[in-house]
Design a protein around this ligand. Structure first.
Ligand SMILES: *Cc1c(COP(=O)(O)O)cnc(C)c1O
Length: 387
């Protein structure tokens, strides 16, 4: 079956002669076992709310089908999914290789928290070649962490190469797969051991709850992920698991539209004299563009634009003139967003040398002509402020 079909089927109830289309919200801390034998058996399946109810199992099953993994587990946020995917494999004295393009809070976890427990992190250039990656591996390297593409600067990483290097050194390859959402990108098939997502973004798709997913490639990896989540006391509400699964049902239609709208907006932006460069994997100028062509089946709605050098009052005028496109963090919802961001402070292995400001856009599901009008209005305001 193809993804579009799988997304409508996976994790649906099928246990009773007549049943609702969707798995109902099962809220529970305590489960009651009719007999002592059931209680003993219970440990193998659903036993206690924190370990997941049938609402959680349904969403996990659907994500697992989409990602093509052995087992998927949930975390209360995308960030905690990233964190647990590292904690599952490291001990004091170990070493992590982290992409320099990583989501900033993932980076802060390594610098501020892992370090306190004696785990060292080295940042690597997201497009480093095989020889460089091999030279960065140490005997105690337990995790190679990738984010492809980087969610601010969009470098596309060579996962099969990273997997080969990590595995040769006995390390796990973990990939933050939020941008491709498991729909345009399949890290497990490309050799990753764990594919994590901020389901908060495209899977939930409606900007109304936070959830993380961790999809493991094999049983041994899955057990480590499961115990890490268990031991840090992770819990996701059944309501949020339900919302996330409801969002996932329409993922295919939304992703296709996000892709179309992003492509249209980029066509418009490329013609603007204020724009220096589009930062998006479909562009030849994007580092890793050839890898994107090889490994992805599409591009999502998140991209960035580097402008020619622009003074702050003009940047402010641009954002304040936007009526439809919201100024806000996160992305992946039905609505369009824009932020002004500076990659410079979050780089140590590489440098970000663009002189002009970086604006990151999320192309939502609105009519693209209305979005273009909004941008046009903002650029006019920017020009006005520049005079
Ligand atoms: C948003 C995001 C996260 C964190 O997700 P939350 O649900 O906000 O904690 C992690 N990685 C990437 C790439 C993200 O964009």
């Amino acid at each position: 079956m193809k993804d579009k079909t799988k997304l409508t089927i996976a994790g649906r109830p099928h246990h009773r002669p007549a049943h609702p289309v969707n798995m109902p919200v099962e809220r529970a801390s305590t489960y009651l076992f009719p007999t002592y034998d059931d209680y003993l058996e219970g440990a193998k399946n659903i036993t206690y709310g924190r370990l997941g109810t049938s609402s959680h199992r349904a969403f996990e099953e659907a994500v697992n089908t989409l990602e093509g993994g052995f087992e998927t587990r949930l975390a209360p946020s995308g960030l905690q999914a990233c964190i647990a995917s590292i904690l599952a494999f490291v001990s004091a004295g170990d070493h992590v290789l982290m992409t320099d393009s990583a989501y900033d809070p993932t980076r802060k976890f390594c610098d501020n928290f892992l370090k306190r427990f004696g785990v060292e992190t080295t940042y690597y250039d997201p497009i480093a070649d095989e020889a460089t990656m091999k030279s960065l591996m140490r005997p105690n390297t337990k995790v190679v962490f990738a984010e492809s593409p980087g969610s601010l600067t969009f470098e596309v990483q060579d996962l099969p190469m990273l997997a080969a290097v990590a595995h040769a050194g006995g390390a796990k390859l973990v990939v933050d797969n939020t941008w491709g959402a498991g729909y345009f990108y399949k890290p497990i098939a490309l050799g990753a051991d764990v594919s994590v997502q901020a389901a908060t973004k495209y899977l939930v798709g409606h900007a109304d709850c936070l959830v993380g997913t961790l999809c493991s490639a094999d049983e041994q990896t899955a057990r480590k992920i499961y115990f890490a989540l268990l031991q840090i006391g992770s819990n996701v509400s059944a309501d949020d698991a339900y919302l996330a699964l409801r969002g996932l049902r329409t993922l295919s239609a939304r992703m296709e539209r996000h892709q179309e709208n992003a492509a249209e907006l980029i066509k418009y932006l490329k013609k603007r004299p204020e724009v220096e460069r589009i930062v998006y994997p479909t562009q030849k100028s994007c580092p890793g563009h050839a890898v994107w062509k090889r490994d992805f089946t599409g591009a999502s709605g998140l991209f960035a634009v580097v402008l020619k050098p622009t003074p702050l009052p003009a940047i402010k005028a641009f954002f304040n003139a936007l009526k439809l496109i919201g100024i806000g963090f996160s992305w992946g919802g039905f609505e369009s967003l824009a932020i002004h961001s500076d990659p410079r402070p979050n780089r140590t292995a590489t440098t970000w040398d663009e002189e002009g400001p970086l604006f990151r856009f999320h192309a939502g599901l609105e009519d693209v002509d209305d979005l273009k009008d909004d941008l046009e209005r903002a650029f006019i305001a920017m020009t006005g402020a520049n005079k």
